[in-house]
Write a protein that binds this ligand. Structure first.
Ligand SMILES: *Cc1c(COP(=O)(O)O)cnc(C)c1O
Length: 389
């Protein structure tokens, strides 16, 4: 096999466009916006081809040229990140009038959520850059994944968690030896504590989009699904949106693949699915805005999407507008009903956030936004058995 290496070129500010060298620890741009990894796509195209991919192992590391780790042999921190299956939901599809309804099941990843993608790549890159300790706010899955991958890398994890977040996540983080701090309030309140810890200690801030590499792991969702659909993309892709990194990542990944010549016919219409009790992106979309406002007193049983104001909200909205997508909120009853129904007729227990995408698909089909005959993909972001609902 030809040796492959990262085509990482530099970091670019998502707002002001500043270009920064990549091989030192970076957090946000001086202007306060997230930095994004940019690649020498011509270099990547030379070795990352459809034919070459077919020979590579079935894990997210198969996309090495478009991942940010320079020395994969030395710094890969892995717990066995499989290519997650896309499962047809024919019965539910029939019930809601979508003939081709499928679900990409990221609940099967290590630590039971798609946060493993961000942690595998983010922690590997942090190790390569010499990070010794990091802090992050989390509703649970991100903290669980980063604690476990951090432990494996020998990097200390400091996680700050809203007191109401499900206990299972706390057990997971503590089992990995993370230092867990509980706070009253929501993830935004946890974020303030993290900011203070980082100011005082100089620790690496691993908060969503405050370091540039977690999103690089999450974009592999887009790489995988494009490959799994044999480049004939579904018409609609529904994603449960909290911080929005998954949606931004899928969009970024698909654009990169298309630019290096992969035969992606078109992008799916991307739908940001939120909970009615925390729907800042939906409110912004409905008003035609490019940024969201802080959502007061947010509340939903789908903890992964209880994010009142996402740092990358403008990137989520960009992706939604650019693909002719939309944003939609579903209430907690609809989420619970969808979760029960999918388990009862498909034998698949979705996480609440994943169930929200099914409820949203039903609502969008009902309203006619999803048309008869369209192919629809939902993402189950976590393992159903991690949550009680
Ligand atoms: C974190 C999380 C989300 C939201 O993901 P973002 O990419 O940050 O929007 C959705 N579902 C689950 C289960 C999560 O843990």
């Amino acid at each position: 096999m030809t040796p492959v290496s990262s085509a990482l070129a530099h970091l670019e500010c998502s707002k002001c466009g500043s270009v920064l060298a990549a091989d030192v620890i970076r957090q946000l741009c001086a202007c306060g916006a997230p930095l994004l990894a940019r690649y020498d796509l011509q270099k990547a195209a030379a070795s990352l081809t459809v034919a070459e991919l077919a020979r590579r192992p079935w894990s997210l590391w198969r996309y090495a040229e478009l991942l940010p780790i320079r020395d994969l042999l030395r710094y890969t921190v892995s717990l066995g990140e499989i290519i997650t299956p896309i499962v047809p939901l024919a019965v539910i599809g029939g019930e809601i009038g979508v003939d081709d309804l499928r679900c990409k099941d990221d609940g099967l990843l290590p630590t039971g959520s798609f946060k493993a993608r961000g942690a595998a790549v983010g922690v590997s890159r942090a190790l390569e850059l010499g990070v010794k300790a990091f802090a992050m706010p989390t509703n649970g899955n991100a903290g669980g994944a980063w604690s476990m991958y951090g432990r494996r890398a020998g990097i200390d994890a400091h996680v700050v968690v809203p007191r109401d977040a499900p206990a299972i996540h706390r057990y997971e983080m503590e089992a990995a030896g993370a230092k867990v701090t509980l706070v009253d309030g929501v993830i935004a309140d946890a974020g303030k504590v993290v900011a203070q810890m980082v100011r005082e200690t100089g620790m690496y801030d691993a908060s969503t989009l405050k370091e540039p590499y977690r999103i690089e792991g999450k974009k592999t969702m887009g790489f995988e699904l494009a490959e799994q659909y044999d480049w004939q993309m579904p018409d609609v892709l529904l994603y449960p949106t909290g911080g929005g990194v998954g949606l931004i990542g899928i969009y970024k990944g698909l654009l990169e693949l298309r630019t290096i010549g992969f035969p992606i016919d078109r992008l799916p219409r991307m739908v940001a699915v939120q909970a009615a009790g925390c729907a800042p992106i939906v409110r912004a979309f409905d008003a035609g805005l490019r940024e969201s406002q802080f959502w007061q007193d947010s509340k939903t049983a789908a903890f992964g999407i209880n994010v009142p104001k996402a740092l990358g909200d403008f990137l989520v909205l960009d992706a939604v507008y650019a693909t002719d997508g939309c944003a939609i909120a579903v209430d907690d009853n609809a989420i619970a009903d969808a979760r029960r129904r999918v388990a009862a007729v498909e034998g698949m227990l979705l996480c609440p956030e994943g169930a929200a995408t099914i409820a949203a698909a039903a609502a969008l089909r009902e309203s006619g936004w999803i048309r008869a005959g369209e192919r629809v993909l939902t993402i189950n972001t976590g393992n159903g058995i991690k949550s009680v609902l």
